[in-house]
Design a protein around this ligand. Structure first.
Ligand code: NAD
Length: 488
């Protein structure tokens, strides 16, 4: 049963070990049926500053060893796992994704926390052989990693739990204190995460304020993070517009930006078309297409275009659409009216420019509020809106290409460069795609959306700066200090 009026969640922020309220609150509603499912405080700048200062104080006071940080994260993972069913229901209720996908997200978040704990024990430095340079043979030199201090974590709505874990887990593993800021439409599951972290912190004897979460307007909280000198790093996942604003205003702070994408997947004429089609439809339609590295553009060899479109239509029609709490549902509601209307408009404009709807094309009405049918579009060119823009919805535009040069050129046409996919049996073609596609990840024989949580992950061009993936985030959230020993 999803959250409703009878079991709504009215949560508070965690600041300096206290569950704290504010004068005003933000309502959280179920995107599928519009039910009010809870609320969270609307933080003022001064409350955000309190959280930052508590984190700064806790970081300075903390004496946790790497092993204790491992224990903290392992205990939080165990607590989250124990609450997995409830947390999955919360994710579906606040975000609208199918319950089976919400369960997968919780499972991934538990693992991401566990792996972060393991990484705390592996913050190795390096011994530098000083006799490599003339005159230094008697000297010794090594590096050690230290935490940065306060890490601020800002997350989007589409994976409200696991994307927060991707920041907070590695930041704590590296010995930092954290202040989290979830998206305002999906804050509840992140707050549950902080309940787990707080319980684990208390058990381990960590100082109050090591873990904090604030909720509120993006610009109020974001500006407080930018303005406060105790915030050493901001880790942001969200739109390219907000990411650009942070990049332009962050001064000397460390910044990780995981931003938008318009990811291509190339399908070549030597591949198993049915298998590819299933992965493509799943990659384009999971979370109703609201995934940063989803299949946004299919670039298919013209000789297999017709066959691939048939297979895509069959795979799309096999999906179950509707109530996200139904175990069988594959495609449910989009997050809000704005996102929904944007996808409706993109579809209409793309049809007006000459694309053909091969299946789907329906939305709203009897399908359910903000539910959009998986929609396969043929005859698409890279100039049409559904191909040119980042589409956060279940549209599947198919672009025909005649040779591999054209496929690579099309893949690189957008300003984004998050991930890409290629289906082929030919190793040379695979290597060429890996070398020539301008994206942070190139996945062979699968779709752009392939991601395991410990992989390095992060885009090029307008898709971002820096890498996530546990080990890479731990590196990013720590600084490397040189220690030199001189013998005269
Ligand atoms: P968004 O940029 O609107 O919001 C993301 C977060 O930023 C929210 O918490 C929001 O409150 C906050 N925010 C808003 N204005 C801010 C400001 N001025 N300063 C600081 N924070 C501010 O994004 P969204 O609609 O929640 O998510 C969708 C976007 O996120 C898409 O573009 C998607 O591609 C991207 N995304 C990227 C990745 C990735 O790993 N690259 C993953 C998921 C989503």
């Amino acid at each position: 049963m999803s959250l409703d009026a009878a079991n709504r969640l009215d949560k508070r922020m965690l600041i300096d070990g206290e569950w704290t309220d504010a004068d005003d609150r933000i309502a959280v509603t179920n995107p599928y049926d519009g039910t009010a499912v809870g609320s969270v405080p609307l933080a003022s700048t001064s409350l955000v500053n309190e959280a930052i200062e508590a984190a700064d104080h806790a970081h300075r006071a903390s004496t946790l060893s790497a092993y204790e940080r491992y224990e903290l994260l392992a205990a939080a993972a165990a607590e989250l796992e124990a609450r997995a069913d409830d947390v999955a229901t919360i994710i579906t209720s606040e975000q609208g994704k199918p319950i089976s996908e919400a369960r997968t997200e919780v499972d991934r978040a538990v693992q991401t926390l566990q792996l972060s704990g393991e990484e705390a024990k592996r913050m190795f430095g390096e011994y530098i052989p000083m006799d490599g340079q003339k005159g230094f043979a008697k000297d010794h030199c090594f590096t050690q990693h230290e935490p940065l201090g306060v890490v601020a974590a800002i997350t989007p709505f589409n994976f409200p739990l696991n994307l927060m874990v991707h920041k907070v887990g590695p930041a704590l593993a590296a010995g930092n204190a954290v202040v989290g800021k979830p998206a305002s439409n999906t804050p509840l599951s992140s707050i549950v995460l902080f309940e787990c972290l707080e319980a684990a912190s208390e058990d381990i004897g960590a100082p109050d304020g090591l873990v904090n979460i604030v909720t509120g307007s993006g610009s109020t909280v974001g500006d407080a993070f930018l303005d406060h000198e105790a915030v050493e790093a901001i880790s942001f996942t969200g739109s390219t517009d907000v990411g650009t604003y942070l990049a332009n205003n962050s001064g000397m702070k460390e910044l990780t930006l995981e931003l938008g994408g318009n990811d291509p997947t190339i399908v070549w004429d030597d591949t198993d078309i049915e298998q590819a089609a299933e992965q493509l439809i799943s990659g384009a339609c999971s979370n109703a297409g609201q995934v940063c590295n989803s299949v946004e553009r299919i670039l298919v060899h013209e000789d297999i275009e017709a066959e691939l479109i048939d297979a895509l239509v069959e795979a799309a029609k096999s999906l179950t659409i509707g109530d996200p709490m139904n175990e069988a549902t594959d495609v449910a509601a989009m997050i809000d009216d704005d996102q929904f209307q944007t996808v409706v408009d993109l579809l209409k404009m793309t049809i007006d420019e000459g694309a053909t709807v091969e299946c789907g094309g329906g939305y709203g009405d009897n399908l359910g509020t903000r539910v959009f049918e998986p929609t396969v579009l043929s005859g698409v060119t890279s100039e049409m809106p559904a191909a040119k823009e980042e589409v956060f919805g279940p549209l599947v535009p198919v672009i025909s290409v005649s040779d591999f040069d054209e496929a690579i050129e099309e893949a690189n046409t957008t300003n984004y460069g998050l991930e890409a996919g290629l289906f082929t049996q030919d190793i040379d073609r695979a290597k060429r795609a890996a070398d020539e596609i301008d994206a942070g990840g190139v996945n062979i024989n699968t779709v752009s959306g392939f991601r395991a949580d410990h992989m390095p992950y992060g885009g090029f061009k307008d898709s971002g700066v820096g890498k996530e993936g546990i080990k890479y985030a731990v590196d990013h959230f720590s600084r490397e200090k040189l220690v030199g020993f001189h013998r005269g």
